[in-house]
Design a protein around this ligand. Structure first.
Ligand SMILES: [Fe+2]
Length: 192
């Protein structure tokens, strides 16, 4: 895996840019956030975070979707393309995906991957949850409200959002604490 994330960016672009331009804009925004956050990480963690950010939503792409659960489909795709296991693990479990997997009866399939529960994992969730669908920075509360509005007609998605809220908020707060400690570089309030 190259350190600048260009291989992951190319894979995500190929899958998302044509059929899902808004999802592609979000992925670009999450990758921008991740690159800024990665400045404070050791090189291997930085490369892993940026690659996972590019690929975290690739499972939405029509050429990638299999089960219809995008974290699982995206993780398998990343694995099949030869990205390191850690990237696939992070994609599989990003942003409280385990909660919805449980509701969908996909926990057994998710066991192909593991949730590493590290700072890198928290920073991926943070980058995703602080980036709106168009790729712009957004607060935690605004992002959660936006997801709730957008998925209002999907009871499983709404239930997953509620059940996963403590884990989402905890990851956000750990990332914020890390940033406050001065170890990381806080993304700018303006578009990054
Ligand atoms: Fe996302």
């Amino acid at each position: 895996m190259n350190a600048d994330g260009s291989a992951a960016a190319a894979a995500a672009r190929a899958a998302l840019a044509g059929p899902l331009p808004r999802r592609w804009a979000h992925a670009r925004g999450v990758a921008r956030r991740a690159r800024t956050l990665a400045v404070g990480l050791p090189p291997a963690d930085a490369a892993t975070l940026v690659a996972a950010a590019w690929l975290h939503d690739v499972g939405y792409a029509p050429t990638v979707a299999r089960t219809g659960f995008h974290p699982l489909d995206g993780a398998r795709y990343a694995h099949d393309l030869g990205f390191p296991d850690r990237v696939a693990h992070l994609v599989a479990y990003h942003s409280a995906a385990a909660v919805k997997a449980d509701l969908l009866g996909l926990t057994d399939q998710m066991a192909e991957f593991c949730d590493e529960q590290t700072l890198v994992r928290d920073l991926l969730w943070y980058a995703d949850m602080s980036t709106d669908p168009s790729g712009r920075p957004v607060s935690f509360d605004a992002r959660m409200a936006e997801v709730r509005r957008r998925r209002a007609d999907d009871p499983v998605a709404v239930a997953a959002l509620d059940l996963g809220m403590p884990a989402r908020r905890a990851a956000w707060e750990r990332a914020e604490a890390w940033l406050r400690s001065g170890a990381g570089q806080r993304p700018r309030a303006s578009r990054v």
